[in-house]
Design a binder for this molecule. Structure first.
Ligand code: ZN
Length: 420
């Protein structure tokens, strides 16, 4: 295999951009010209960035391949700059046993595009009743456990599940939602839900569970990660708990940073997501936390659906946004272009930070490291449409819109995995 020379790019090394050539030789990064022939990529105006890691991807397989399959999800990932994704276990059947964890790891590797790090469920069938086969799932390669999509409402079961997961060294993630309070709500409860005459999901559906989880984590002294925190109040509770020494971490999604419940006024079901898009004051508070470096990670909550499902009226369409193809571009537009937060200040939240949370090796642009990186052109403009995104789920609010910033190439272990 020829070496690769990437010239004229700015490379993010140790948190700072440097103008230098990067080479790939034997699948590894080097900054000095290797012997032998090189294929040359002229990356004038572009940035070379460490590859991304998504801590929250809904694979939809096995069981719902009409929404997404392993071929399409791995294409969407590398198109978005990701070489690693963590899969949520709420598949059909749910990934609550070692056979399914094995299946995801082995079948996902067939396409040789990106690595899939599976989560297993906390409870059998994500029913919130009996504990899943955590020890065997860990042996099969599960990185963590969660009943994401649902929340375990029974506090005793949550405590037992956490203790069991902890003895197996599994990362514990919770989707914080009181299902009795959120009930049949379809968007944030507030002025917008009243205007539309649709049932709302109040902030407290999230915060009441965050408060419970903080107390469980404190009482058991076991770390807990709350995923897709959408409210200012929820984030404030977690930050206060951290100050008290409680081992609690959290992530936010790109769409909660970019959109608000006012976007639902369009009745576009691509804005229907769980937890729902909140108020602008929630959104700007979360962006401020990124400025202050107080958020632990950004996870996409990539949730692809088929067209016919999202074509239902707003109150009947399923929750979820297809995100992997566009997450990085949306974050760049929201955080760097709109809010002037330098890219080097937040990219770690979707590259090194989630890897560290899960106890995996970070991918950095360093001499001798495996060549896991992508090349991003911040000025190129492209149109998001059915043909330009590779996920089977075309359910993104960016559909039909132009977006600035384009992933040109993605390399995984020195191999170009995007473009295909
Ligand atoms: Zn969730």
């Amino acid at each position: 295999m020829n070496n690769v020379e990437i010239k004229n790019a700015k490379v993010l090394i140790g948190g700072k951009f440097e103008k230098t050539a990067v080479y790939i030789s034997d699948g590894r990064i080097t900054f000095s010209k290797p012997k032998g022939k090189s294929d040359i990529i002229d990356a004038t105006g572009a940035l070379v960035l460490p590859s991304l890691f998504d801590i929250h991807t809904h694979l939809r397989c096995p069981g719902q391949e009409y929404k997404e399959d392993l071929d399409s999800v791995t294409k969407a990932a590398v198109h978005g700059g990701y070489t690693d994704i963590s899969s949520m276990p709420n598949t059909s059947p749910p990934a609550d046993n070692e056979a399914l964890i094995n299946y995801i790891k082995l079948e996902g590797a067939v396409f040789k595009r990106c690595r899939i790090h599976p989560f297993g469920t906390l409870t059998l069938g994500s029913k919130g009743e009996r504990l899943s086969r955590m020890g065997l799932m860990k042996k099969a390669g599960a990185v963590g456990v969660t009943d994401d999509g649902k929340c375990i409402s029974n506090g005793t079961i949550m405590m037992r599940a956490m203790e069991y997961a902890d003895t197996h060294g599994l990362f514990i993630m919770d989707h914080a939602e009181d299902h009795d309070i959120s009930a049949n709500g379809v968007l944030n409860e507030g002025v917008v839900s009243e205007k539309l005459g649709l049932p709302g999901i109040p902030e407290i559906a999230e915060t009441i569970v965050i408060k419970r989880d903080i107390e469980i984590s404190r009482y058991l002294n076991i770390p807990m990660h709350i995923t897709h925190v959408s409210t200012k109040r929820g984030a404030e509770l977690i930050l206060a708990a951290k100050k008290d020494g409680i081992k609690i971490t959290f992530d936010v999604t790109p769409h909660h940073l970019a959109f608000t419940d006012e976007d639902c006024l369009s009745f576009d079901t691509n804005f229907k997501v769980n937890p729902p898009l909140r108020l602008d004051s929630d959104r700007t508070f979360l962006i401020d936390l990124i400025k202050k470096e107080l958020i632990d990670a950004i996870g996409t909550d990539h949730a692809p659906h088929a067209d016919f499902e999202k074509e239902y009226p707003f109150d009947r369409a399923p929750f979820g946004i297809s995100s992997l193809d566009t997450a990085f571009c949306l974050l760049y537009a929201t955080l760097t272009v709109e809010n002037k937060i330098p890219l080097e200040k937040w990219i770690g939240l979707i590259s090194s930070a989630p890897r560290k949370l899960l106890g995996l090796r970070p991918s950095e642009l360093e001499e001798g490291q495996r060549a896991n990186f992508f090349i991003f052109h911040p000025k190129n403009e492209w149109k998001v449409d059915r043909k330009t995104i590779y996920s089977k789920g075309k359910n993104t609010p960016l559909q039909g819109k132009k977006i600035k910033g384009e992933v040109l190439y993605t390399f995984n272990n020195g191999k170009m995995v995007y473009p295909f």
